[in-house]
Design a binder for this molecule. Structure first.
Ligand code: C2E
Ligand code: CA
Ligand code: CA
Length: 753
């Protein structure tokens, strides 16, 4: 700051005007030409101010007089220029506070204030203070004159030339800035969703371009070719706000309708003193037209800019319809017209942060056996059924409720617990649906989440509902299940275990134990079942019943199963080398492994690489697995049998395999589940299922083995029923390879003895 600003401020009348001008809000960026040319005189010599105003006082260019702005020091000028608008010319003294104060001020004007348009005429009393020619060029100084040179006439012509040059620069810059603004406006508009928003945005942007208040309407005219002249208001602002979404008529807005029809007929913009009517060429079937009030006549530049803007916007209006179409496709299900998953997640997110959260419940509605209905009655019928369900859910559950379709036969309802509850929702399915004159009875299963108890995002809530739904389904069609936090804990625990298992497997913390299988008559070992073990770092064992399902679920079972297969095969080869050569190794194979495309390949390689004799290798598959996809299984088993290994059906008796089906499977052995072995001593009726399995085996020519034999009585009964083989704690617990070697040798000795 210059040290004595006030000292240089004389008590001049026009000084008040300057202060007043400073308080004006910034004028709109695109200006109509002002009615005056503003010339700023910066000089610390008061006389210079008065002589200059006197000399130029009656200069009038294009009917615009000059208006003077005065500053009496470089410091004061700095302050003023920060706020001054549209100074056309500055007459600047070089020597003021310092010898080169004027030159510093020029740099400040150009570089700091970035005022590029204003023309600058430097004046100095002493010829010796002429600025370098470089400075004149670099700072865009128009003219340099010594004060003695500036005679009245000279001053007059110099200022006139400067104003002319200023005017030209302004024109160029205005159109450049206008174009910038059009580009900016177009980008802004593109971010608006929906035609209505876009239209409103167009009105705002036009007003902004012209530096005006938004006051007008934007209409669409459908099929202008056909001569139907309906003008439907898509956006309205200012005094026309109430016209939104209505039709403009000659009786309500005669002036606008006339102007619009005129514009539409001529297909070009129409300019009046106080209004513009703009034409946006739409697609062939319709056109857009806007009417806006202006507070003044638009300049030629402004008119040209509006033309560019209109053609830009026309493309945008067409696009935005396409975009809203895409928007619908992205957020709504095309069949039922209900919100889809993406949209539902948004709604859920809003609900979770909204006030109604505590009363709200989310429910997945899964139609039971829909796939079968669809297959049996056709997809067209299935689609109609889904639409009927959508309609019933929507119409019967009340207004303040969200019904969505998550794809397939899964719907979702979100709303108050009073409506979203099992009784109400399942109640809707008691009345059959009538499709194509047919009554279809549907039932559904629900997975519910109370939002009050939920702490995650909308997507999380949906996941929880899915977990609850799965649980409801696994509970033999219980109809519904509410998600509870403990389920989440359970799942997190499972995820944790999955990571731990992966690590353990990678670090060789898994090992295989072997449980001997014996001949019930001779009580001699005939083989062993390989069982996987996982001992964690803290010494605890995790039960395979726990980790095998996780390994299956995560796909880890593929590698793990292969490893068990190779380990067990190697053990078999080792045992044979030790002289136990009439010995069969049973290996459990999970369904996931079995379905893997390279299973057969893996099996062949394991046999080949380890040199295990296939006739002494047995694969155990579960009965539940044997029941799925019979044709595939029959084919698979045939191929497996070609490698020479045999097949046992594990846990036999727990499923419901039909006899005829069993006959078609190339299996060798049935393994009676432990539950039926336990049962033979427990129940009064005794051995029914075990007995049945033994008979079945005999009839089909299959070997039978009983597992889980824990006491001598069970062994006796099984033997008397004709079961030849057994496995269980009575004979031996699963043991490590080393222990098995020792056990077999001792047992062999015992057998000899
Ligand atoms: P499983 O195939 O039915 O295996 C027999 C289970 O019964 C084994 O449990 C075994 O230790 C146990 N067991 C044997 N004799 C008795 C007895 O007298 N009394 C009692 N209470 N239990 C007895 P384990 O080792 O805990 O294995 C559980 C299940 O995990 C197995 O059932 C099998 O389905 C699965 N599994 C174990 N190892 C593997 C493997 O390497 N691969 C695959 N896919 N599954 C495996
Ligand atoms: Ca088994
Ligand atoms: Ca079993």
């Amino acid at each position: 700051m210059p040290q004595s600003l006030e000292n240089h401020v004389p008590a001049k009348d026009d000084q008040d005007d300057l202060v007043f001008l400073e308080e004006h809000p910034a004028a709109p960026a695109t200006h109509a030409p002002r009615e005056v040319w503003r010339v700023m005189i910066i000089d610390d010599d008061e006389d210079v101010h008065s002589t200059t105003t006197f000399a130029l006082g009656n200069l009038d260019m294009q009917h615009r007089p000059l208006e003077f702005v005065h500053a009496y020091s470089a410091g004061q000028a700095r302050e003023m220029l920060r706020h001054e608008e549209e100074i056309a010319v500055i007459l600047l003294d070089v020597v003021m506070e310092q010898d080169d104060a004027g030159l510093h001020l020029v740099r400040y004007i150009r570089e700091t204030l970035k005022l590029a348009d204003v023309r600058i005429i430097l004046r100095t009393g002493q010829p010796g203070y002429a600025p370098e020619i470089d400075a004149i060029r670099d700072y865009d100084i128009n003219d340099y004159k010594t004060k003695s040179e500036l005679t009245r006439i000279k001053l007059f012509t110099t200022v006139t030339a400067a104003i002319r040059s200023y005017e030209q620069i302004r024109k160029i810059n205005d159109s450049r800035r206008g174009l910038d603004r059009i580009v900016h406006a177009s980008t802004e508009l593109m971010s608006l969703h929906g035609v209505q928003n876009f239209a409103a945005g167009v009105l705002t942007q036009i007003a902004h371009l012209l530096g005006q208040e938004t006051n007008g309407v934007l209409c669409v005219q459908e099929c202008p070719e056909d001569g139907c002249h309906e003008l439907v208001v898509m956006a309205a602002a200012g005094e026309y706000v109430e016209h939104n979404n209505t039709q403009l008529t000659c009786s309500t807005e005669p002036r606008i309708v006339t102007a619009m029809e005129h514009t539409l007929a001529e297909r070009r913009n129409h300019y009046e003193d106080d209004a513009v009517t703009l034409y946006f060429a739409g697609k062939a079937s319709r056109a857009f037209v806007a009417f806006l009030h202006t507070t003044r006549t638009l300049t030629e530049i402004e008119q040209r800019l509006l033309e560019v803007f209109c053609s830009n916007v026309a493309v945008g209006l067409d696009n935005v319809e396409l975009v809203s179409h895409l928007h619908n496709a992205a957020f709504y299900d095309s069949l039922s017209k209900l919100p889809n998953r993406t949209r539902l997640v948004e709604i859920l997110d809003a609900a979770l942060s909204g006030p109604g959260k505590d009363d709200a419940t989310l429910s997945l509605v899964d139609l039971d056996h829909f796939a079968e209905t669809n297959d049996a009655l056709g997809h067209q019928f299935g689609d109609e059924l889904l639409v009927a369900v959508a309609e019933r859910l929507q119409s019967r559950l009340g207004q303040h409720l969200t019904v969505a379709r998550l794809g397939g036969d899964i719907f979702c309802v979100l709303g108050d617990a009073a409506q979203v509850n099992p009784t109400t929702i399942l109640g809707l399915f008691q009345v059959p649906f009538s499709i194509e004159g047919q009554d279809v009875q549907l039932s559904a299963t629900l997975g519910l989440v109370r939002l009050a108890e939920h702490e995650g995002t909308g997507a999380d809530a949906l996941k929880d509902a899915d977990i609850a739904l799965k649980r409801a389904k696994s509970m033999q069609r219980a109809g519904h299940f509410y998600y509870s936090r403990s389920m989440g804990v359970e799942i997190r625990e499972r995820v944790r275990m999955m990571h731990a298992l992966r690590t353990a497997f990678g670090q060789n913390q898994l090992f295989v134990v072997y449980q001997p299988q014996i001949d019930l008559v001779t009580r001699r070992p005939v083989g062993a079942e390989a069982l996987l073990r996982w001992q964690t770092a803290d010494g605890k064992f995790v039960s395979p019943d726990k980790f095998i399902p996780i390994a299956e679920y995560s796909g880890l079972i593929i590698d793990m199963g292969e490893w068990v297969m190779r380990t067990a095969c190697r053990e078999l080869v080792g045992l044979r080398a030790a002289g136990h050569d009439n010995f069969t190794m049973s290996i459990n194979v999970s369904q996931v492994q079995f379905r893997h495309p390279y299973f057969l390949e893996m099996l062949r390689r394991a046999l080949a690489d380890t040199g295990a004799p296939p006739e002494f290798v047995e694969l155990e598959i579960t009965e539940s697995m044997a029941m799925e996809e019979p044709d595939l299984l029959i084919k698979m088993l045939a191929q497996i049998k070609q490698t020479g290994v045999s097949i046992a059906i594990d846990d036999f008796g727990t499923g419901f395999s039909s006899l005829s089906y069993l006959q078609r499977l190339q299996i060798d052995r049935l393994k009676i589940d432990r539950a039926f072995v336990t049962e033979i001593t427990g129940s009064a009726r005794g051995s029914s299922i075990a007995e049945m399995v033994i008979q079945l085996g005999r009839n089909l020519g299959l070997a039978v083995i009983a597992e889980g034999v824990e006491d001598e009585r069970q062994a006796q009964i099984l033997q008397s029923l004709g079961c030849p083989l057994a496995q269980g704690f009575l004979f031996a617990r699963p043991m490590t390879a080393d222990a098995l070697n020792g056990w077999l040798s001792n047992d062999a000795l015992a057998g000899v003895a």
